[in-house]
Design a protein around this ligand. Structure first.
Ligand SMILES: Cc1cc2nc3c(=O)[nH]c(=O)nc-3n(C[C@H](O)[C@H](O)[C@H](O)COP(=O)(O)OP(=O)(O)OC[C@H]3O[C@@H](n4cnc5c(N)ncnc54)[C@H](O)[C@@H]3O)c2cc1C
Length: 353
């Protein structure tokens, strides 16, 4: 059992690092917790920003949460979850969820359906599969990720150091004794604990972790002059046989997501134009004037979740160093890389500290 006064150094202020801070605070109310975050904002791959061109708050990426994602749902408290999922296929709208399973799984794993690791599909079927209708309900973020998912965590750490980039570690026997940041060196006391909550790419570079392949997600936001509506006022729609995968409506912002999109090489303007035509077609309209748009390409949105990369994922939070534990979406071997897995990785460290 560790003493209450020890210091916990959390590297990475994404959802998993913040979830780790909450776990530590609950277990050791007197602990000193420091979060070091490379970026100027918290949230990692999940945050909101003000877009000057669109003059609106948008999310870095529209995040979808299923009713089956219990941890994330708890955080979202009163946010609206939609009951039905609609799909646009062969120029018709339908609601047959299970018919579209390969398409849904592409989005869940950000990996082409045929490439998804079988072990992950099996574990998903047992853990997360939305068998019941309440588990199939869907929330999607609407420029409010920071408010709904990041803000609730802000009180758990004693210090949050933004702009602190971990560059190197110094070790002594099987422990880390110093963290070298761009802003200075931090000595690690005998009883201190370090939590790495950085993404898989940074972990590989700093801690010589496994070398993963990554898949891209593209998000496109359009701002329309009047709020756009989809047929029957549905709030979002899956588009299995289009370039756009999902289209979400948030008043005058239309958000589009394209998963596993690394093969899309079209320049932003051509891509936005094509997607806009696809959206117009759902309403039976001809292509028209392209509204202002923003294209965000997330090259390393998640690791590729095929069997090769699945085998590289760690099976626990332990590392070769006695005082270093890991969390992050990629560290939860039996989960898709998503908010739910990231949150759970932060609660999992309870049994190691
Ligand atoms: C485009 C996109 C769409 C997504 N859609 C969904 C979705 O619909 N539903 C869903 O559930 N999930 C979705 N996800 C996945 C979800 O965002 C991630 O699983 C989750 O945010 C991962 O959190 P994390 O804490 O594990 O990692 P990150 O959010 O990557 O946090 C790691 C943090 O570590 C920091 N860091 C890295 N290196 C250093 C360093 N050397 N020193 C200090 N700090 C460092 C980074 O700046 C970052 O803040 C999406 C992700 C993307 C990119």
């Amino acid at each position: 059992m560790f003493s209450q006064k020890k210091t916990f150094h959390i590297i990475g202020g994404g959802i998993s690092g913040l979830s780790a801070a909450r776990t530590i605070r609950k277990k050791y109310p007197q602990a000193h917790i420091i979060v070091y975050e490379a970026a100027s904002h918290l949230g990692g791959r999940c945050f909101s920003l003000y877009d000057k061109k669109l003059q609106r708050n948008i999310d870095n990426a529209t995040h979808v949460v299923l009713g089956a994602n219990k941890e994330t749902k708890k955080l979202l408290k009163n946010q609206k979850f939609f009951n039905k999922v609609y799909f646009w296929r062969d120029k018709k709208i339908h609601t047959r969820f299970y018919t579209e399973l390969p398409f849904i799984l592409l989005s869940v794993f950000n990996t082409k359906f045929k490439q998804i690791a079988k072990s992950l599909l099996l574990s998903l079927a047992f853990k997360l599969c939305p068998f019941l209708s309440y588990q199939r309900k869907i929330y999607f973020s609407q420029g409010d990720l920071s408010e709904n998912l990041i803000k609730p965590f802000l009180s758990f750490a004693n210090e949050i150091k933004n702009g602190w980039v971990l560059q190197k570690i110094e070790t002594k026997q099987n422990k880390i004794c110093q963290l070298n940041f761009n802003q200075g060196k931090i000595s690690i006391d005998e009883n201190d604990i370090i939590i790495s909550a950085i993404d898989a790419h940074s972990y590989q570079q700093i801690f010589q972790g496994p070398k993963f392949d990554f898949n891209q997600i593209i998000d496109i936001y359009f701002r329309t002059s009047v709020p756009l509506t989809l047929p029957n006022n549905i709030p979002f729609i899956g588009m299995p046989d289009n370039i756009a995968d999902w289209v979400f409506i948030n008043q005058d912002i239309v958000a589009v997501t394209i998963s596993a999109s690394q093969d899309i090489k079209l320049p932003n303007d051509d891509l936005a134009r094509k997607i806009w035509q696809e959206i117009r077609a759902v309403n039976g309209l001809m292509p028209a004037f392209l509204p202002p748009y923003r294209v965000l390409r997330h090259k390393r949105a998640t690791i590729k979740q095929d069997s090769k990369n699945q085998n590289l994922r760690p099976s626990s939070a332990q590392t070769q160093y006695q005082n270093l534990f890991i969390c992050g979406d990629w560290t939860m071997k039996n989960y898709p890389c998503c908010l739910e897995g990231a949150l759970k990785s932060g609660t999992r460290i309870k049994k190691y500290i």
